[in-house]
Design a protein around this ligand. Structure first.
Ligand SMILES: Cc1cc2nc3c(=O)[nH]c(=O)nc-3n(C[C@H](O)[C@H](O)[C@H](O)COP(=O)(O)OP(=O)(O)OC[C@H]3O[C@@H](n4cnc5c(N)ncnc54)[C@H](O)[C@@H]3O)c2cc1C
Length: 558
């Protein structure tokens, strides 16, 4: 194994058993990245793994691993799988001959391969560097970037501390968490001149201290875009879930000036799903965060602008222009708007729950909180797939997981595959016919009162963690009086508006609304926010793409 360059600690590792190819890859990589990265070359998978282990102990950061597929000791896929155990965040590239592309495609799922590179890769300017550039960018943007990093000092049972951590995690901003009652947290508080009464404290990588920051302040200071670069666009997408991201990818890639506005973090509900098993092309499942992070990078690569921590609170129609107003009163306008605002978790109404939200009671936060639940007894409320997925995910670390369902069985509301998975997990118990009657705790959740829905009998149980997944509703009140919505607030579109072939009331055009067009021409809706939508990731993405096609049609006739 050979190395070049000594100062920088970020590593690009390449392994190929053919010395000629190995030297050539390393040479090309050094030519472009040698100044900023350490390029490490190995000629066997074993020596590459030894090198990775050494680097781990030294605290080095490995950004990209390029492995040849055909190697005698173990093939490139096996090697990458083992490399993932050491550096799970490193981006993975498989080097293959044309004949091995089938294996490479399999590896995309097996080891979550980021790219496969066909030999020869000449000219590297076209075939190698753009790929590695992208991978380095995404690696830097992910939570594997080396120090310095954002630090959060807070209290475990503080709702605001939890919100800040959730916001950073969902926006892929790496941070380190320091409980305020532990020595390092206290040292940081002292250094910032704070007594710990105002928490959380966020310390940016530049050492700037933010006390109890709100989402827009936080977003601005940790490098997330919050301000639009223009006043007028072809397409404004409201909402950054799968539908919005799908539209941003297709809109920007097809030359539309596209801006996506998201009130918290891109990814939407899908970003919070621990494992999506039914999305086309991922036979082994994919985590929602991974899928939506890729979509976000894809949209950015095509030039879509993405604003986070900006909530849209108003839509105005001014002649041919559509104006979208933000909570702070500022606005942007466009020829067209796509509403992709999805749905938001329904709140559990039992007494005590609201006060303890973020202090032991969480909505759809199973992913962020898994580490905190290690070895603990955890309750999950809900009988649909989201509750099932969360239970399976939490069961990996929790001592026990109890699913509370009001109905008498899970089978009517949960997919068969999840019901089977749950049956096979010894630490998961399903309590049917049970509801949460009350939550108790002083500062954080300590106990639950559970009620038998058939007999009304109640019982108290000790509980520090409660995850609630009891359905969701669209948050579309801000559209009141602008676009037509159904009784539950979902936005009505296309054929559903044109009753008996007649256009909706006030419709100004001769043609009927296009398929995903709302009662306002040029305003479209896609995904879960649409009345009668399928409530699936694939259909949301598909509708986002389809909406862009309809935007083109609308713009052609403007
Ligand atoms: C835990 C869980 C697991 C799931 N598992 C699966 C699965 O395995 N398979 C599957 O097919 N589906 C699954 N789903 C359903 C799937 O995630 C949704 O159907 C899909 O995310 C809908 O996409 P969307 O873009 O329409 O809306 P959402 O994902 O809800 O995204 C909407 C976005 O809009 C933003 N927003 C809302 N209002 C505003 C506003 N006024 N201003 C700015 N931004 C706003 C929200 O913050 C959100 O990010 C799951 C859902 C959950 C919650």
């Amino acid at each position: 194994m050979t190395e070049t360059g000594d100062a920088p600690r970020t590593v690009i590792l390449t392994v190929d058993d053919d010395p000629g190819v190995s030297r050539a890859v390393a040479r090309d990589l050094r030519r472009r990245y040698g100044a900023s990265h350490r390029v490490v070359r190995a000629e066997t998978a074993d020596s590459a793994l030894d090198a990775l282990n050494e680097m781990k102990l030294r605290g080095d950061a490995v950004a990209v691993i390029v492995a040849d597929y055909r190697m005698p000791q173990m093939n490139g896929i096996e090697f990458l799988e083992r490399a993932m155990d050491v550096f799970p965040g490193a981006r993975r590239v498989l080097l293959t001959a044309y004949a091995d592309t089938g294996a490479a495609i399999d590896a995309i799922n097996l080891v979550d391969l980021d790219h496969y590179l066909l030999k020869p890769w000449d000219p590297p300017e076209e075939k190698l560097y753009p790929v590695v550039d992208d991978l380095l960018d995404s690696w830097l943007a992910s939570d594997h970037r080396p120090m310095p990093e954002t630090k959060v000092v807070g209290h475990r049972w503080s709702a605001h501390s939890w919100e800040v951590r959730e916001f950073l995690a969902r926006n892929q901003v790496p941070y380190r968490w320091f409980p305020s009652d532990e020595p390092e947290g206290q040292r940081l508080l002292a250094a910032a001149g704070e007594d710990g009464l105002r928490l959380p404290l966020v310390i940016t990588p530049d050492g700037e201290v933010l006390v109890e920051p709100d989402a827009p302040e936080l977003a601005g200071r940790v490098g997330l875009a919050t301000a639009p670069s223009a006043e007028f666009y072809d397409l404004i997408v409201v909402g950054g879930g799968p539908a919005g991201l799908g539209a941003a990818v297709y809109g920007a890639s097809e030359g539309l000036r596209t801006v996506l506005v998201e009130r918290t973090a891109t990814g939407g509900q899908a970003g919070q799903s621990s494992r999506i098993e039914n999305y086309l092309g991922f036979p082994d499942g994919v985590s929602g965060a991974q899928l939506t992070d890729r979509a976000r990078r894809q949209a950015a690569r095509f030039g879509a602008e993405m604003l986070t921590a900006r909530e849209v609170v108003g839509l105005e129609v001014n002649g041919p222009s559509r104006t979208v107003r933000f909570a702070d009163g500022s606005a942007i306008a466009a020829h067209t708007v796509l509403l992709a605002t999805g749905v938001t978790y329904r709140q559990l109404a039992a007494p005590g729950v609201a006060d303890l939200t973020g202090r032991g009671v969480y909505y759809g936060a199973a992913l962020t909180e898994t580490a905190g639940c290690a070895g603990k007894d955890v309750y999950v409320v809900g009988g649909a797939n989201s509750a099932g997925q969360a239970a399976v995910h939490l069961a990996r670390t929790a001592r026990s997981v109890t699913i509370l369902v009001r109905a008498d069985s899970l089978t009517r509301s949960m997919s068969y595959y999840l019901v089977q998975q749950i049956k096979e997990l010894p630490s998961v118990t399903v309590r049917t016919g049970t509801e949460v009657a009350e939550a108790h705790g002083d500062g954080h959740l300590e106990r639950l009162t559970l009620r038998d829905t058939a007999t009304g009998a109640t019982e108290q149980v000790d509980a520090q963690w409660l995850f609630v997944f009891i359905g969701a509703a669209p948050l579309t009140d801000w559209l009141q009086g602008v676009v037509e919505r159904d009784a539950r607030g979902f936005v009505i579109a296309g054929p559903d508006l044109a009753t008996g072939g007649e256009p909706p009331k006030g419709w100004p055009l001769e043609r009927l609304p296009y398929h995903l067009e709302t009662s306002v021409p040029g305003v479209f809706v896609a995904g879960d926010a649409r009345s009668e939508s399928a409530k699936r990731v694939a259909s949301a993405v598909g509708e986002g793409a389809m909406a862009v096609m309809l935007v083109h049609r609308y713009l052609e006739r403007l």
